[in-house]
Design a protein. Structure first.
Length: 387
């Protein structure tokens, strides 16, 4: 939309854009100058030949400062100056977050902000994007060799942000050419619990709950993790109204990989004993109130679960196992239980079969032993006939 002249009242009264969208309020008195409004923030911008150039957030810049910056920028653009190459990485971060946060889940935004805050901004924040050469980026990436997974994710996020800058017009084309480095090898943790460890684990859970070492809600969450293969975060955030007792499932309105405006959700399927556990906490609101996170980025519930898990594992004599290994154990037990790979993938909510295959093969030992015994028996029979 256009207005005769952008005023403070128009800026402060601008209605937030719909989730995943933005709109412009352009100033007719200074062609090219305007305000871009997002769901959670608004930014002064200059639009030149259909490309937007962000000046800064309306909460930081005054209208007079933004108008003065816009005149200066428009003058440079009309003179043919190449704008964008000197944009600092820190400013790129602010623009990228403002433009994309409404399209992502809160947990994704929190994880990305953590990567920016811990790994990207301290080392690269003051540098212009144009200074991000392959040598400099590779050196920065290698400096994080002690945390290879975080290093790879930080590199990927930086590349994504710079490519967003190219598409939005904040950076010239080719700015992402230097965001290249050899990714560190990552070795996924696929620890599973043996049959003996599972037996000791359930005994330890009962003892810890009876001795009031572990809260009953946390004890039940651990039992459900083992019985259903659900992610810890899915159970911690579950609500009573999501439980469908007729179908025997907790129907989550969200799932890993969902995005804002594109939610598919998933079901945590409950066997008879799992349903009994859930019925004990039936009510209204959170299924496990003492550990339910207030938001997706709230980690306090998971921290309580981790402490309870460590206490239970100490009682059971189980070492080097995280709460997530219950999910891997669930998948690895599928072949022994006669559940196919597709069925186990559906039960745990994997997006692709490839993820399930990586863990499923751990439980195929008994099947392989049976098959090789059958092959040997057949060979022995043939040799016996030959003799």
């Amino acid at each position: 939309m256009r207005v005769p002249k952008l005023t403070r009242a128009i800026v402060t009264q601008a209605k937030p854009a719909a989730p995943g969208c933005s709109y412009y309020i352009m100033d007719s008195s200074l062609p090219g100058f305007g305000l871009r409004v997002y769901p959670k923030a608004s930014y002064y911008v200059v639009r030149f030949r259909r490309k937007p150039y962000t000046l800064g957030p309306s909460l930081v810049l005054t209208l007079e400062e933004a108008r003065k910056s816009a005149r200066n920028l428009l003058s440079r653009l009309w003179s043919g100056e190449r704008i964008g190459a000197s944009l600092p990485v820190a400013d790129l971060f602010a623009q990228y977050i403002a433009a994309t946060e409404s399209r992502k889940r809160a947990l994704t935004n929190a994880n990305e902000s953590r990567l920016w805050r811990i790994h990207i901004l301290p080392a690269l924040g003051p540098l212009p994007v144009s200074d991000l050469t392959r040598e400099r980026v590779s050196e920065w990436h290698r400096s994080m060799s002690e945390t290879p997974a975080s290093a790879n994710r930080a590199l990927s996020l930086l590349r994504t942000a710079v490519r967003w800058g190219e598409k939005s017009g904040a950076l010239p084309k080719g700015s992402s050419d230097g965001i290249v480095a050899d990714a560190f090898a990552e070795y996924p943790r696929e620890r599973t619990l043996s049959a003996d460890e599972l037996t000791r684990l359930f005994v330890a859970i009962d003892e810890a709950e009876a001795g009031k070492i572990v809260h009953p809600e946390l004890a039940s969450v651990i039992r459900l993790m083992v019985r259903t293969g659900a992610r810890p975060s899915e159970l911690l955030g579950a609500r009573s109204e999501w439980v469908d007792y007729e179908r025997g499932a907790i129907l989550l309105p969200y799932a890993k990989g969902d995005r804002a405006g594109r939610k598919k959700g998933r079901a945590i399927w409950l066997g008879p004993k799992s349903l009994e556990i859930v019925r004990q906490f039936a009510g209204s609101g959170p299924l496990f109130p003492s550990v339910c996170p207030e938001s997706e980025e709230d980690r306090r519930g998971y921290q309580k679960l981790q402490r309870a898990w460590l206490q239970v594992c100490r009682l059971a004599g189980i070492k080097d196992a995280s709460p997530y290994c219950t999910r891997h154990t669930f998948v690895s037990r599928a072949p022994r239980a006669g559940v196919g790979i597709e069925g186990s993938s559906d039960l745990v909510g994997h997006a692709t079969l490839e993820t399930t295959k990586r863990i499923y093969h751990h439980g195929e030992d008994a099947m392989h032993q049976k098959n090789i015994a059958a092959m040997e028996a057949d060979l022995d029979a043939l040799l016996g006939r030959g003799n």
